[in-house]
Design a protein around this ligand. Structure first.
Ligand code: FAD
Length: 320
């Protein structure tokens, strides 16, 4: 049995779905969670119904906003105490910044952007897309990696069913190291929708939307079904929408249950960020557009005609 430490991220007083998914990968192992932030003690109480033996809570004002030095110190403190074989985290911006530092500090093995994982003994075997999703590689750790760190893409695993586990909450005292970095301000986006990387449904627009004013058509559809709006790089580069909305090789990697691509041609760099979506619907007026080769369902048509009809159809569905 492996000792598995799961890095749990929270928002609005709850552990994020992308973190809870990791519990599925670790079922049957000796599992502990790690919650780092200011004010996360109440969040730990929400874990009592999940398969975890223990949650380490590092709760300190110095951890309110992500600061790589302080988070590294807090994570290292818990690793030294729990001595995990495997550390699992969802591949968020925070984890992508933090865990390479953890790997360097502990001389650990590191595998990022994994879409499948199997724990065998104290090792982890993973699959992960390579070369912008053109092929899938299999990897495992060698014996020289005493600690194995795996970052999983969100939305790849189910959240385990709730069952009373009465996990122990261990509040860790923490003293922040002398500051090398000071976070001056964190500017949060105004959107109340889930971030693209965690959204279950995404409606994305490309250059075929003709201008930023027409993204309202995408938002209308998205609002009906609780989706988050994304974009191709062409429209981000044109300044129509911010870079935070970009999906693809140089944007965000997403894997929602449903990805609706509107007026997006399906360039390899865009596909690299969304091709592991479970269902892909493409709306494009060019029947030869490459996006149709990846799409589960294709609608050959003008987005300006299709989107209002889609909105009405979703509205009727949701109303029933
Ligand atoms: P286009 O390729 O111009 O496609 C527009 C589509 O809209 C066409 O298929 C057209 O038929 C359709 N259309 C037009 N009018 C309508 C209409 N009325 N109704 C329906 N359909 C219509 N791209 C990304 O998206 N993400 C990335 O992260 C990314 N990273 C990159 C990194 C590098 C190093 C490079 C070189 C490129 C990268 N790109 C990325 C750019 C990528 O190569 C494409 O240029 C870009 O994805 C094209 O965006 P698009 O599909 O919106 O535009």
């Amino acid at each position: 049995m492996a000792k598995v430490l799961i890095f749990l991220e929270s928002a609005n007083g709850k552990v994020k779905k992308s973190s809870l998914e990791l519990l599925s990968a670790a079922q049957g192992q000796d599992v502990a969670g790690l919650l780092i932030d200011d004010g996360v003690s109440s969040v730990a109480q929400t874990l009592k119904n999940y398969p975890l033996k223990k949650v380490f809570v590092v709760n300190n004002p110095a951890l309110k906003d992500f600061n790589s030095a302080n988070y590294l110190a807090a994570t290292a403190q818990v690793i030294q105490k729990f001595q995990p074989d495997i550390i699992l985290a969802s591949g968020s911006m925070t984890a992508k910044d933090l865990f390479p530092r953890v790997a360097a500090k502990f001389d650990a093995g590191f595998l990022g952007d994994c879409t499948q994982i199997k724990i065998e003994g104290t090792n982890a075997k993973v699959k992960r897309p390579l070369y912008s999703g053109k092929c899938v590689g299999e990897a495992e750790f060698t014996d020289s990696a005493k600690i194995k760190i795996v970052l999983m893409r969100p939305n790849q695993l189910p959240v385990p069913a709730e069952a009373a586990s009465n996990c122990e909450v261990s509040e860790e005292s923490f003293t922040a190291p002398a500051a090398k970095i000071r976070v001056k301000e964190v500017v949060k986006g105004s959107s109340t929708k889930p971030d693209l990387t965690e959204a279950a449904i995404i409606v994305s627009g490309g250059r075929g939307m003709k201008g930023p004013e027409h993204f309202k058509l995408l938002e209308d559809v998205a609002n009906e079904i609780g989706a988050t709006v994304g974009a191709s790089r062409a429209v981000v580069d044109a300044g129509w929408v911010p870079h935070t909305m970009q999906v693809g090789q140089t944007g965000k990697t997403v894997a929602p249950n449903l990805y609706i691509a509107c007026g997006i041609s399906g360039a390899i760099q865009h596909l690299a960020g969304m091709s592991s979506s479970k269902v892909i619907v493409a709306i494009n007026k060019d029947p030869e557009a490459p996006i149709f080769k990846k799409a589960t369902y294709g609608i050959v048509g003008d987005a300006f005609e299709v989107l209002p009809k889609l909105k009405d159809a979703f509205h009727k569905l949701v109303a029933h």
